[in-house]
Design a protein around this ligand. Structure first.
Ligand code: 26W
Length: 814
């Protein structure tokens, strides 16, 4: 399908013009001709050419948006896990073929040039990747949206596994990755920390004087986001901290050279590094500084832009939506109050009215250790004015609660923002937002039954669900071009912008030629991935084995350990009977553990040594093989996911808010083996019970078992299969024993097996057995794959964004 835009693009962007533009960039930035250029220079010059195109498009879109007026949304998030940009932009602009051909004529391979781009790891996992997918869909659908985040100098660490131990190395992505960023010094602002707040009365009004503070300069770096076949170009604005003064001259002249430089460094520390932890708050003051830095810079910027366009803040709450992606940017609420009260002399009531019409909040986890709280005393020292405002929000809110629930102290203290010397960010987010949503049907329901139950009782209308989605262009069309070509051929290209049309693929469920194509495509993707593994590790994977894949952050609740136990059981059985006739299996893992997360690192070690144990036995490794891929990131996911046959989504029911990897695997034709958790439930409803392997306890059963008193050892005693696996932990792999994991599962320090791996083990093994049997029936398996692809349309982030636009932001397209 070629749209009008495509035609224009192609008219303006022919080979000659591209060659000329590229040559100009090469000459002016590197002083070379295309013939003399190195690949890295081609990469950078190509980015500059694309940026020029985007700048022009952006200007047009900006004009159109201004003319139309209307509402716009700001998406606030501490993480945007964008992945590489070049391919996404070339494909979205529809100019990839011209670029590929031209480069090839010049003697360069575009695929090789793509690899020159570092993969910016500006996020930990699901939350950050979701933000990036949402920017893609917002832009493709022509919604006016701006993302705000931090420009971390070091993204998520690079992972090496040395003798089973995860080693973290810095991710210095800015070195080659900053070509996409446009510094906007003209939009910089100052963010204040520390100091004291004085009050004085002037003309009957209380005036606030913040004194003795330290200032940090916030400079935005803009990254342009393209949409597919869309006129829109949106901006992701990344804020970087700079010292206000380059030198403390007085310290410098007094001979305190080091002190003068140290001061600079401490201000710049704020945007130095991404905290490499998810689902666990550490209460670190630097993290609080990062959060306030982002919120203050973004809000000052939003207000300044609004005033530049409108001259007054009068209609602000009608024209602006600000979305808080989890509680990490929740300080936006008191920061907007501060700006309106202290800088624009709003009354408290008017300022609060603006806030509660502007903010909405998505929760991404109900795990208690992930719910952010700050020590009030430390908070007060770092952000004294913001603390005052939170105290006042809390005072007024608890007063309201008192009149609603007189005498119900328990409830009031549960709902208060301040309690026991702590500031509860989830409560602040709910109190300050007009809408709160969870990220899958189950998760949203659990929110209203558990963590936010009291608020739900007070105002049920405040709560809603928007199930997550993925940018299906990046994750299907660009990552799996052969599958995209088959879809274009069978159902036509409309699904590229209307993902619900993928459902038409179901018509081909009995078309043997299409099924055969599907299996050839899977095979080619497995070959592509195997080549990559060969290059990285030297291992030669068996393409005819089933590729059974679990990739995601390493966390106890995600239960990579359950997967490992199942593998151990199969491997032990094989060792006992090496001539066992079985389907060859390749188990693939990729996962980063938070650097301080001991148990997660033990699990990596276990997987690593199971793998190395098997490698030492050539006869057995033909049948079963385990590979732990280092340094999981977006680019690795893009090549690994299309190669998967089986997708492991095996969290303990009730723990995974949604999952989005599950959707990426599904849309690439992998079949899910999973629990009834998060979006797995909706995936299961979409594909039907015959096209998914569901096992294990559901949330009610998990609760019931906890209430009755879960005894892991009972499972161990009852199941022979399980005993075989667990006992093998004691005897060990490749000379390493795992007594700590053994104890964790059976006796535990607190509770044995807190994520109930043992309770779900037998049912998991049976589901596995079924999957392996079905896999050997090629026709049956291909059909299952086809149904997974055909039913994946609702898991496009295009659908999620349409829901946010309607149900939450009241946003319309430009
Ligand atoms: C403050 C420490 C911290 C950092 C990050 C706590 C919690 C987080 C995130 C909320 C963790 C996260 O990424 N959650 C994931 O969000 C995805 C997108 O909604 C969901 O698909 C995953 O199920 C959820 O675990």
């Amino acid at each position: 399908m070629t749209t009008e835009r495509d035609k224009n693009m192609e008219q303006n962007f022919d080979k000659e013009r591209f060659k000329e533009a590229l040559s100009t960039k090469l000459a002016s930035y590197f002083g070379v001709t295309p013939e003399e250029a190195e690949e890295a220079q081609i990469y950078k010059s190509l980015v500059l050419v694309v940026r020029d195109i985007l700048v022009k498009k952006r200007a047009k879109f900006h004009e159109a948006r201004k003319k139309r007026g209307g509402k716009r949304v700001y998406y606030m998030c501490m993480e945007f896990l964008i992945g590489r940009s070049l391919k996404n932009n070339l494909c979205n602009l529809g100019i990839e073929p011209i670029v590929r051909e031209t480069l090839s004529e010049l003697g360069f391979s575009l695929s090789a040039v793509y690899k020159k781009e570092p993969d910016p790891g500006l996020g930990n996992g699901g939350l950050g990747r979701l933000a990036a997918c949402f920017m893609d869909s917002l832009t493709t659908l022509s919604y006016p949206a701006t993302g705000h985040t931090i420009c971390y100098e070091y993204g998520l660490f690079k992972q090496k596994i040395i003798d089973g131990v995860q080693v973290e190395l810095p991710d210095d992505w800015m070195n080659d990755g900053s070509v996409w960023l446009e510094p906007r010094a003209d939009k910089s602002c100052l963010v204040r920390f520390g100091g004291r707040v004085l009050e004085s009365w002037e003309n009957g009004r209380c005036k606030i004087h913040h004194v003795d503070y330290e200032e940090v300069q916030a400079i935005p770096y803009d990254l342009m986001i393209t949409g597919a076949e869309s006129e829109a170009v949106n901006i992701l604005r990344l804020w970087r901290a700079h010292s206000v003064r380059t030198f403390n001259m007085s310290a410098f002249t007094q001979g305190q050279y080091v002190k003068a430089i140290e001061e600079n460094i401490s201000a710049e520390t704020i945007s130095k590094v991404l905290y490499p932890s998810d689902h666990h708050t550490e209460g670190k003051m630097l993290r609080l500084s990062q959060q306030y830095f982002l919120c203050s810079a973004a809000l000052q910027n939003i207000i300044a832009e609004y005033l530049a366009g409108h001259g007054t803040l009068a209609d602000f709450k009608e024209k602006i939506a600000i979305h808080l992606n989890d509680t990490h940017p929740a300080l936006c609420i008191p920061e907007l109050m501060r700006i309106l009260l202290d800088m624009y002399s709003y009354s408290w009531e008017d300022a609060w009215d603006v806030c509660t019409h502007v903010f909405s909040y998505t929760n991404h986890t109900i795990m208690p250790e992930a719910l952010e709280v700050w020590n009030e005393d430390l908070f007060k020292l770092k952000l004294p004015r913001i603390h005052q405002i939170i105290v006042e929000i809390n005072r007024r809110y608890t007063q309201e609660l008192w009149s609603l629930y007189p005498g119900d102290w328990d409830r009031i203290s549960r709902m208060a923002i301040l309690c026991g010397g702590q500031i509860r960010m989830a409560n602040l987010s709910v109190v300050g937002s007009y809408k709160v949503n969870g990220v899958s049907k189950l998760h949203s329901e659990l929110l209203t039954k558990t963590v936010f139950h009291d608020y739900y009782k007070k105002d049920p209308q405040q709560f809603t669900n928007v199930t997550n989605g993925i940018a299906h262009r990046r994750w299907l069309i660009y990552a799996n071009p052969m599958l995209a070509a088959l879809l274009d051929e069978t159902i036509g290209p409309d699904y590229r912008k209307q993902p619900e049309k993928l459902s038409e693929f179901a018509k081909f469920a009995n078309d043997n030629a299409v099924l055969e194509q599907l299996s050839l495509i899977k095979k080619a993707n497995k070959e592509r991935f195997a080549r990559y593994v060969k290059e990285k590790t030297g291992l030669l994977l068996n393409i005819d084995s089933i590729f059974d894949v679990q990739t995601k952050r390493l966390h106890e609740y995600k239960r990579q350990l359950l997967n490992a136990l199942q593998i151990i059981e199969a491997y032990t059985k094989l060792k006992e009977n090496p001539t066992l006739n079985m389907l060859p299996q390749t188990y693939l893992f990729a996962a980063k553990a938070a650097p301080g997360y001991h148990m997660a690192k033990e699990i990596i070690k276990l997987i690593y040594f199971i793998a190395s144990d098997i490698e030492k036995q050539p006869a057995l490794r033909e049948k079963i093989r385990v590979v732990f891929m280092e340094d999981y990131n977006v680019s690795l996911a893009e090549i690994l996911i299309p190669a998967a046959d089986l997708s492991e989504q095996i969290s303990l029911a009730g723990k995974e808010a949604s999952g989005t990897g599950n959707m990426k695997f599904m849309i690439n034709g992998a079949v899910t083996i999973g629990t009834l958790d998060g979006a797995n439930i909706e995936i299961s409803e979409a594909v039907g019970p015959d096209n998914i392997y569901i096992f294990g306890l559901n949330t009610d059963e998990v609760d019931e078992l906890w209430r009755r008193g879960y005894v892991a050892a009972d499972c161990y005693n009852k199941s022979e299969r399980l005993r075989r696996a667990i006992d093998a932990l004691g005897s060990g792999f490749d000379g390493h024993t795992f007594s700590e994991l053994f104890a964790y599962l059976l006796s535990g320090h607190g509770i044995a097996d807190p994520y109930m791996c043992l309770a779900d083990f037998d049912s998991y093994c049976l589901a596995h057995d079924r999957a392996l049997t079905d896999y050997q029936n090629k026709n049956k398996w291909n059909k299952m794959a086809l149904h997974n692809i055909a039913n994946a349309g609702i898991f496009s982030s295009d659908r999620s964004i349409e829901e946010y636009a309607q149900k939450i932001w009241s946003l319309s397209k430009v």
